[in-house]
Write a new protein. Structure first.
Length: 322
């Protein structure tokens, strides 16, 4: 007799499409809790740059604040609100700590099983495709510990040199490793140079859950407009100051650069590499390109049911949970 796998809801999509807001409404409706799938929101102190938007985990604060000042409500204020929806896998490590997909999967499985054990519905939300795939499809992740000495050697290499070496060592890995993300590229090479195939991550074991996968998608021009508006809002709210403080607290310029997007371009601006207006322009373009790569990743998965609004998502969840 087959064992029924626990049901989970997955909300995914490119950046700036309102995944968190939609997921919180679903969680409030269906007695759920949020498990974040974001490779940068795991870091403490990286709030505006990663778009944690903590106020969105409270329905009442969503109504009060709308789209502005989302990070002004700190977690304790949100948690004391009766309409607060609990979240997991946000603010779990410090920015100088190494974190990878294997660590994420371990913590996420623990969180999901805890939510299920308490009789609640896990709602997995995010846009980090690699983390989502590892979790939903139960990929067999190579258990290779970080090698600091080896990593430092890799970091000194030029990007094209890294890509050429990865193609030689593990060509299958190039099908899914984001070569524009230095952390991902370096980790893939680190695993390969340690005597393993990074593409082993794509070897699936038996799935642990029965997922309903909902994607949020808008026309590209709408997504780009939302990205630009969000960048402007976060700059007004103090994103540059946030990155200055991270550096003052010991996060190196190189580490900030490795985090990509907001942290890369603003840290370079703070070092005088770009004037402010040019930095903002380049940052917006980089996030547009990132959103395009996210969509390309997600389009491979034919299980995804694409929606444009909450009502469509709610109908899908209702049918799935019957």
């Amino acid at each position: 007799m087959s064992i029924l796998k626990p049901k989970i809801i997955v909300i995914l999509g490119p950046t700036a499409t309102g995944k968190t807001k939609l997921a919180v409404k679903l969680a409030a409706k269906f007695n759920g809790e949020i498990i974040s799938v974001d490779s940068r929101q795991v870091y403490r102190g990286m709030d505006l740059g990663t778009g944690k938007d903590l106020s969105e985990y409270s329905l009442s604060s969503q109504r009060k604040l709308g789209s502005r000042n989302k990070n002004k409500w700190i977690p304790d204020q949100v948690r004391n609100d009766n309409s607060f929806v609990p979240y997991h896998l946000i603010d779990v490590v410090n920015p100088n700590q190494k974190f990878n997909v294997a660590k994420y999967k371990k913590l996420a499985l623990k969180a999901i099983n805890n939510v299920i054990a308490r009789g609640k519905l896990p709602i997995v939300v995010g846009g980090t495709g690699l983390y989502l795939s590892a979790l939903i499809d139960n990929y067999n992740i190579p258990a290779v510990k970080p090698n600091i000495k080896l990593r430092k050697k890799i970091e000194k290499m030029e990007t094209l040199e890294k890509i050429k070496l990865l193609k030689k060592l593990d060509p299958a890995a190039l099908e899914f490793v984001d070569t524009k993300n230095p952390r991902r590229l370096d980790r893939a090479l680190e695993v390969c140079l340690s005597g393993h195939k990074f593409s082993a991550l794509r070897q699936k074991k038996n799935p642990l859950f029965n997922p309903l996968i909902i994607g949020i998608k808008f026309p590209r021009e709408i997504i780009n407009q939302r990205i630009d508006q969000r960048v402007d809002e976060r700059l007004r709210e103090g994103m540059i100051k946030e990155i200055e403080l991270l550096h003052q607290k010991g996060v190196s310029w190189q580490r900030l650069d490795d985090f990509g997007l907001e942290y890369r371009y603003i840290s370079r601006y703070l070092r005088g590499q770009y004037p402010k207006e040019e930095m903002i322009k380049l940052l917006k373009i980089a996030i547009h390109q990132f959103a395009k790569r996210q969509l390309t990743w997600f389009k491979r998965d034919k299980r995804i049911k694409w929606v444009k609004n909450y009502d469509s998502a709610e109908k899908l969840v209702n049918l799935f949970l019957k």
